[in-house]
Design a protein around this ligand. Structure first.
Ligand SMILES: Cc1cc2nc3c(=O)[nH]c(=O)nc-3n(C[C@H](O)[C@H](O)[C@H](O)COP(=O)(O)O)c2cc1C
Length: 200
């Protein structure tokens, strides 16, 4: 009705479970997604919200025809923490660490197929984060929390300047890597070490 260019369906079970007034009815979700994807005239993005899409979930989504996935991994805005701070009856502090780190989601989901658009998000803050997300297998990245932080603490111009420096930084990194465009950036070789290597 609004002539949207695309629809984004958010998967946020962790948030809904911790949220006091959350929606706990998860029955038939995959069938619903399949229906929407098959009947939508515009692209349908399936997105997590900070806990990450696993390899297994990605496989299921691709099998029902999904072509756009925003993995929204762990490492940025933490909705378990946000919802826990909103309620006082139960305590969920011990599961603040729940989720699959963004980098692992990107590598795992991309390893299944090259034939879908992967949006790498969750904790993206700098040009270096953007470049890394693309090198690991994203087609594009997305930011939520960090832009809002600039907006809240410094206003519209502050947030705009942040975005401008982000674009500049990303281009700078691309120049330093000797790549001309995003397609070339995707082909840059990388090495995994530290915690990410341990969990891979
Ligand atoms: C203030 C705020 C509101 C958000 N609202 C929603 C929401 O209503 N539903 C949802 O599924 N995700 C929501 N998100 C999740 C984001 O889309 C994103 O997946 C998540 O914040 C991880 O990205 P980030 O680390 O860049 O913030 C929200 C995020 C923020 C910061």
């Amino acid at each position: 009705m609004l002539n949207s260019d695309a629809i984004s369906l958010h998967l946020n079970p962790a948030l809904e479970i911790v949220q006091f007034e959350g929606d706990r009815n998860f029955k038939g979700i995959l069938e619903n997604i399949e229906n929407i994807v098959k009947n939508s005239s515009v692209p349908v993005i399936i997105k997590e919200t900070g806990c990450g899409i696993s390899k297994k979930t990605c496989e299921k989504l691709l099998n029902v025809g999904v072509k756009y996935i925003d993995i929204s991994g762990f490492g940025g805005t933490n909705f378990i923490e946000i919802e826990n701070l909103r309620r006082t009856d139960l305590d969920f502090t011990n599961i603040y660490g729940w989720g699959i780190p963004t980098a692992k989601c990107i590598i795992d989901c991309r390893s299944i197929s090259k034939d879908f658009t992967l949006i790498g998000s969750g904790g993206i803050k700098t040009g270096e984060d953007i470049a890394k997300a693309i090198i690991l297998g994203s087609d594009m990245t997305a930011i939520a929390g960090e832009v809002l932080r600039y907006l809240i603490h410094g206003g519209y111009k502050f947030a705009e300047d942040y975005l401008k420096s982000l674009i500049y930084q990303t281009k700078m990194i691309m120049l330093l890597l000797g790549v001309k465009n995003i397609e070339e950036l995707k082909k840059v070789e990388y090495k995994i070490f530290g915690k990410l290597k341990d969990i891979s």
